[in-house]
Design a protein around this ligand. Structure first.
Ligand code: BG6
Length: 486
């Protein structure tokens, strides 16, 4: 696929000095540059609050690339650097936006063509509304002839149900829905994209995808890293908001949604929403029965707050109340500072007597070691009737040559070409907050603290009790030494 035909684009970055830009966005741009996938006429307007210091930003990006890629090529980074036009402005000050407008107009004059504008917002929720208003105040929210105006928004989409609603409404009052691209980078991971194809294009799988054959589903998203000094970001956020509300809910929707009416982005979004809305609500009095939270040892010292109740780990059980899935427990868990870094979906089948068979399951490895495996039971060769679990496996690296695009590359290309399929809609985000808000309320009112777990472990003990109460065991993903650096 070539993306050279994309219309001239100016990517305006709010939050250029932030962690996300340097860790994910700029490296993705570097790769797009190296693969010649950026539009022929492409510019990055980097907004600095203080005196622009692009050198420091580029040094950080280079360090990140050196860490992640043995074949890092400084010339490509240099070529990317040439697209960048740094400007200094206070993004909360409406008066400064004339300057941004001028810069964009100047770009069009210099290049003798009109540019589409893509505003990338990696900014704290507290300044979200003024930035949106200020863009609108100088007409930058309005597409012009043949040129799009789009806004690419990073999470968090609000801090709770109330603030998410406000944010979504506010954004919707300034930009049309088809201009808004809410990033959930898990949706852009190659293996997550494969879930629907795997389910719907293999009749074998489609035929057994229900409560009749499936005992339970579990999703683990574990990270080896802690909060890596991002205290301001993580304190008051916690694992439920940071990972469950978005990434894990989106994965559930892909795994459990009904067949959409065609594979258009619109049809998929409609079914995902229907699924999210059919997950059973958790009432506050039942939170302790279905949710456990934990905090890794040493977290309180790390954030210098001895009374912090912020969870770095959460495990919960959900259920979809529809005829396909009623009664099938969905077990989710995520945590930082865990034994290994992996995201896996495990679908456990049941036998004729409705018992879970731990050796008969489907494993969708979102990362690392991307692929899908089916565990089956066979008879061991010989004179006795001894059974043995075996594995049939598909591995991306063995089956396909070439590098998979990193999710942020996909996010950027899709936003530039206006394809919203792999982004979250405002309605999906709201459905997810509605489901999780009672848990947040309950924790807020409770004096109980999260259970402490050892760094490098599989989290809190009570998560095992939770799984056991539904007749399940957690399956721990295998350690992956080479790729296991997160
Ligand atoms: C982000 C979270 O959305 O996902 C981070 O805010 C987390 O806390 C990250 O580390 C994990 O993403 P990935 O792609 O490395 O699994």
């Amino acid at each position: 696929m070539t993306t050279r035909h994309l219309s001239p684009t100016a990517l305006v970055i709010f939050g250029i000095t932030g962690n996300l830009v340097q860790r994910k966005l700029m490296p993705a741009l570097y790769h797009l540059e190296s693969q010649k996938r950026l539009p022929e006429q492409f510019s990055i307007v980097a907004i600095f609050h203080g005196v622009p210091d692009m050198e420091t930003v580029m040094q950080q990006v280079e360090l990140q690339l050196l860490r992640d890629h043995q074949d890092f090529d400084p010339d490509i980074l240099l070529a990317l650097r040439k697209h960048i036009r740094p400007i200094q402005m206070d993004s909360t000050n409406a008066g400064d936006y004339a300057k941004l407008r001028e810069e964009l107009d100047k770009l069009a004059t210099d290049e003798q063509t009109a540019f589409s504008h893509l505003f990338y917002l990696a900014i704290p929720p507290s300044i979200f509304e003024p930035v949106i208003d200020n863009l609108a105040s100088v007409g930058l929210n309005t597409p012009s002839e043949g040129c799009a105006s789009r806004v690419l928004v990073e999470k968090p989409f609000g801090n709770d149900l109330h603030s998410a609603r406000e944010l979504i409404e506010h954004l919707g009052s300034r930009f049309e829905e088809n201009q808004i691209f809410r990033i959930d980078h898990y949706l852009a991971k190659e293996t997550a994209q494969n879930i629907l194809a795997f389910r719907f294009d293999n009749p074998l799988i489609e035929g057994i995808w229900s409560r009749q054959f499936i005992d339970h589903i579990q999703i683990t998203m574990s990270e080896k890293i802690g909060i890596q000094g991002r205290v301001a970001f993580y304190e008051g956020m916690g694992a439920l908001r940071d990972i469950v509300q978005n990434h894990l809910m989106q994965l559930i929707a892909l795994v459990m949604m009904e067949y959409p009416d065609g594979l258009s982005g619109h049809a998929i979004h409609k079914e995902k929403l229907r699924l999210l809305e059919s997950i059973e609500r958790i009432s506050p009095e039942h939170v302790d029965e279905v949710v456990v939270r934990g905090q890794y040892e040493g977290y309180a010292e790390e954030v210098a707050n001895s009374s912090t109740k912020n969870e770095t780990y959460v495990a919960l059980k959900l259920e979809v109340a529809n005829s396909r899935w009623g009664g099938v427990p969905i077990l989710l868990r995520t945590g930082k500072a865990m034994a290994t870094a992996a995201t896996e979906i495990r679908v456990v089948f049941k036998d004729r007597l409705q018992r879970a068979v731990d050796d008969n399951l489907l494993i969708i490895r979102i990362q690392p070691n991307e692929g899908i495996s089916l565990k089956l039971v066979v008879k061991r060769p010989g004179f006795t009737n001894v059974l043995k679990p075996v594995e049939m496996s598909f591995d991306y690296h063995d089956s396909f040559t070439g590098q998979q695009p990193d999710p942020y590359q996909r996010v950027l290309v899709d936003a530039m070409r206006g394809d919203q399929s792999l982004f979250a809609t405002g309605e999906e985000i709201m459905a997810s907050w509605e489901l999780l808000q009672p848990i947040l309320d309950y924790w807020h009112a409770s004096s109980a603290a999260p259970e402490i777990y050892e760094k490098g472990s599989w989290g809190v003990k009570s998560a095992d009790t939770l799984a056991a109460s539904y007749g399940c065991n957690w399956f721990n993903p295998d350690p992956e030494p080479e790729a296991d650096h997160r």
